[in-house]
Design a binder for this molecule. Structure first.
Ligand code: HSE
Length: 346
């Protein structure tokens, strides 16, 4: 039976997911017995569509790419237009809500309320939105469990690179005392370009054009995005109920061309490093720029790549390197959560 998916927020990631579901439909069906159809898309700016039998993906993509709006999607019998995100959750026949709205790191809204309503309606939620996981992990995880549904958020840290599933599944049994690494693709891309001589504003514009940056890139350049991800890793992987405000945070805005040149003369390169360490009964967590020697393995992690090292008591330090942002990569992170929901249902 096909999984019915409702997508809230149809920006870069939503469109990336739609492309994957369309392009890989046959191989997912044949290889994994996985079949998904998009029954609803609701976007605050682009409009909203619902059809209980599924929407036509090429028409969806054509509508947003040619007119920037879902209003130009062709009429057909049974098509419903104009439902807001909450009615889409409540009234659609979706079994999984894919929450891809804008990350609000202060309130987590409206995404937290989307999760709560979906769980009450006995629908799974899959998201790359960092707000709910960084602000309300424990209560939402309990709520999903109480309603017998699943909550997937692999894409909140390192997009489609399995930064959460790898420690939780492949490294289970270890005590992880520290996570540290490069968790923001935009700033890593910018710092790489700035080391090549590109100015700050041009480097940021390039990162935005490539779809790495948040809707408001302040979150990237001030370090908040890496701070949310550090909170998620602490809560989900290390079992530490760390809040965002417990994590010291400095971004890259103050790094001047002189700082870049000095680092280069000293055989170093700037990286925005995130770290969370458990020491006895206390926890130290921070995000900030550090000039690291070119001989450090992290120095070679350039562009939008991310890297994370897990200090495991049994397996030792394990490092994972992979994309941390991007349309297809983050679209894939949603797919892997959908596939895992499917695996638990068969
Ligand atoms: N803006 C984020 C980044 C996207 O650059 O890493 C992925 O969370």
């Amino acid at each position: 039976m096909a999984h019915n998916v409702a997508i809230l927020g149809f920006g870069v990631v939503g469109q990336g997911l739609a492309e994957i579901l369309h392009d890989k439909a046959a191989s997912l069906r044949e290889g994994l017995g996985f079949d998904a159809r998009i029954v609803a898309v609701s976007d605050l700016m682009k409009g909203s569509l619902y059809h209980p039998h599924g929407l036509d993906i090429p028409e969806l993509l054509k509508a947003v790419r040619t007119t920037g709006s879902l209003d130009s999607y062709p009429d057909e019998p049974g098509l419903v237009r104009g439902r807001d995100s909450f009615d889409t959750i409540r009234e659609s026949n979706a079994d999984t809500v894919v929450e891809l709205t804008y990350t609000d790191g202060k309130t987590g809204q409206p995404a937290i309320d989307h999760c709560r309503l979906a769980f009450e309606c006995k629908k799974n939620v899959v998201m790359s939105n960092k707000g709910p996981v960084s602000l309300a992990y424990e209560s939402l995880a309990r709520m999903a469990e109480a309603h017998g549904v699943r909550w997937g958020f692999e894409g909140t840290v390192m997009s489609g690179t399995p930064a959460l599933r790898m420690p939780l599944v492949a490294l289970s049994g270890n005590d992880i005392s520290e996570v540290r690494g490069i968790l923001n693709g935009t700033t890593n891309f910018m710092l790489t370009r700035m080391a090549e001589g590109v100015g700050y504003d041009d480097a940021l514009a390039e990162a935005q054009a490539k779809g790495y940056a948040e809707a408001d890139p302040t979150s990237d350049v001030e370090g908040y995005d890496a701070q949310y991800k550090t909170a998620i890793l602490a809560n989900v992987v290390m079992g530490i109920p760390l809040k965002r405000e417990d994590i010291l945070c400095r971004g890259i805005r103050d790094i001047s061309p002189e700082d870049i040149a000095r680092a280069s003369r000293e055989g170093k390169i700037w990286k925005l490093l995130a770290r969370c360490r458990r020491e006895g009964g206390s926890v130290q967590a921070s995000v900030g720029p550090v000039a690291i020697p070119l001989t450090d393995p992290l120095a070679g992690v350039g562009g939008a790549l991310n890297a994370i090292t897990y200090e495991c008591d049994l397996a030792g330090p394990i490092t994972l390197i992979g994309p941390g942002a991007g349309k297809t990569e983050t679209g894939y992170s949603i797919l892997i959560d959908l596939i895992n929901i499917h695996r638990h249902q068969i």
